[in-house]
Design a protein. Structure first.
Length: 94
């Protein structure tokens, strides 16, 4: 359980920072991208493991790859969404 959580967080951080580097208009800086990516990584990994039925299986290569993919994609998506919202709010207040 703790291993999958660590994998999801790390993959989410990587995904979040990759989106921040690739989409400069939605980047929230390294710290913001890292936090949003980590949260999105946990959420994305949890959703993917629940949908695939791997939530209660043992640790194997398939589960690890699934957690990496789910965490990375979840981190990237949440970072892009939060970054877009933050940038939109900053434009309105300026």
């Amino acid at each position: 359980m703790i291993l999958t959580l660590i994998i999801q967080i790390i993959a989410g951080i990587i995904g979040g920072n990759a989106v921040g580097a690739g989409m400069k208009n939605t980047s929230m800086g390294t710290a913001g991208n890292t936090i949003a990516g980590a949260i999105g990584g946990v959420g994305g990994g949890w959703i993917l493991s629940t949908l695939t039925g791997m939530a209660n299986s043992g640790v194997d290569i398939g589960q690890i790859v699934g957690q990496i993919v789910g965490g990375g994609v979840g981190g990237a998506i949440l970072t892009a969404i939060v970054g877009a919202i933050v940038k939109s709010m900053n434009k309105q207040s300026a």
